[in-house]
Design a protein around this ligand. Structure first.
Ligand SMILES: Cc1cc2nc3c(=O)[nH]c(=O)nc-3n(C[C@H](O)[C@H](O)[C@H](O)COP(=O)(O)OP(=O)(O)OC[C@H]3O[C@@H](n4cnc5c(N)ncnc54)[C@H](O)[C@@H]3O)c2cc1C
Length: 359
């Protein structure tokens, strides 16, 4: 049966309305009202294409404005202004950290994107002592948090693999890496936050104070307020790291060994497992940054398996504890069932290891 003219018209209407809902065409007076706000930062209305992109490169939603705030008060004023427009307003707000979202999470179709990296924080404050912590602004990059805390011989406990992400960006998700089995994700290592709520109030929250907001905003995908400051737990930073990689052919031994390691009392400081595609010369590639335990036999590695399983581990140490570290690592490795010729390791500084994806 051929579709009638009416059915074609209905389809066109559905497509047209679909387009309108994603574009959220703003009222023409929105830019004027934003420009009149008493803020020290500034709004861009024309140069907004960067805010309509993210790392994923799969979605592009141009905003009506990009806000470059100078302070937390600027953010609060802007959010309050949008709140006061009332529930029928379609104007949305999104905080943008480093824009490493994959699917448009840091974009606001026809709304306002707040560039968190432009907030001029008063600098990070590291508080050494028996329970050390750092107060960092939401738009701070984790690599900068690391540089600052290392000046005090301290570092956050839980990381992401890649450090060029913002504090607010990963705390809105979870922040997961090879330390998570021991310390929990990054969101489990926060004592307190300052948040601009959807009404534009600046609220301090912690497990004891405004705890609903605290727990909702951590891992809350930016839907429960804008994180403007986080108090992050620190620990003494080691100087060096023994960084180890081994390969497995079968999943069962790989998974069993990994489970054994993460449940052991005395174990590695970082443990991650990867499924990798088997390519010719895979171990030769590792040689550029790692030493083979058995260089001659590592050359002969061949396998017809399509995928291989890689366990990556580290043991922290200070140079005067190298012998101890060596012994502990050997004891742990002796309990694993990896392919012996695939054992590679290297010793690097703590910062070289943590920033391994940024170099
Ligand atoms: C190359 C790469 C490596 C990655 N590695 C890891 C990894 O090892 N572990 C891991 O857990 N994740 C990882 N991720 C995912 C990453 O944690 C998230 O994409 C994170 O959101 C990116 O942070 P961002 O600063 O770029 O945030 P954006 O992409 O700018 O924002 C992400 C979300 O958080 C919201 N948001 C941003 N700032 C704030 C704020 N201050 N307050 C409230 N909400 C805010 C945004 O509105 C948006 O919803 C990786 C991503 C990439 C691209």
């Amino acid at each position: 049966m051929r579709p009638s003219l009416l059915q074609y018209l209905k389809l066109l209407l559905v497509l047209a309305l679909g387009g309108v809902t994603t574009m959220h065409v703003p009222k023409p007076d929105v830019p004027t009202s934003l420009e009149a706000l008493p803020v020290d930062g500034h709004f861009s209305f024309h140069d907004v294409s960067d805010a309509a992109r993210d790392f994923g490169n799969m979605s592009s939603f141009p905003p009506v404005a990009v806000f470059h705030p100078s302070s937390v008060a600027d953010i609060a004023t802007t959010v309050r202004h949008v709140f006061l427009m009332g529930e029928h307003s379609t104007l949305t707000v999104a905080a943008r950290g480093h824009g490493h979202s994959l699917y448009g999470q840091c974009q606001a179709a026809g709304g306002i994107v707040i560039r968190m990296e432009s907030v001029q924080s008063n600098g990070m404050r590291v508080h050494p002592g028996t329970s050390p912590y750092v107060d960092a602004s939401g738009g701070e990059l984790w690599i900068d948090v690391l540089h600052e805390t290392l000046k005090y011989g301290l570092a956050p406990k839980s990381w992401t693999d890649y450090l060029h992400l913002t504090v607010g960006g990963t705390l809105s998700n979870a922040g997961v890496s090879g330390q998570t089995f021991r310390h929990g994700p990054q969101i489990s290592n926060v004592h307190e936050m300052e948040i601009v709520t959807g009404r534009g109030d600046i609220v301090t929250c912690s497990p004891e104070q405004n705890s609903d907001l605290f727990h909702a905003a951590l891992g809350g995908l930016g839907q429960f307020g804008i994180i403007t400051r986080a108090r992050i737990a620190l620990e003494p930073a080691p100087k060096m790291v023994r960084w180890i990689r081994v390969l497995y052919l079968d999943f069962a031994s790989f998974a069993t060994d990994q489970e054994m390691l993460i449940s052991a009392e005395k174990t590695f400081n970082y443990i991650e497992g990867f499924v990798i595609i088997n390519r010719t010369g895979i171990l030769n590639n590792w040689r550029s940054s790692f030493d083979a335990q058995d260089p001659k036999r590592a050359n002969q590695f061949e396998s017809d398996e399509k995928v291989l399983f890689c366990l990556e581990m580290t043991k922290n140490f200070n140079p005067d504890e190298a012998d101890n570290m060596e012994q502990e690592v050997n004891t742990l490795l002796s309990q694993l069932r990896y392919l012996p010729l695939s054992l590679f390791h290297t010793d690097v500084t703590y910062i070289e290891f943590l920033d391994r994806m940024g170099q």
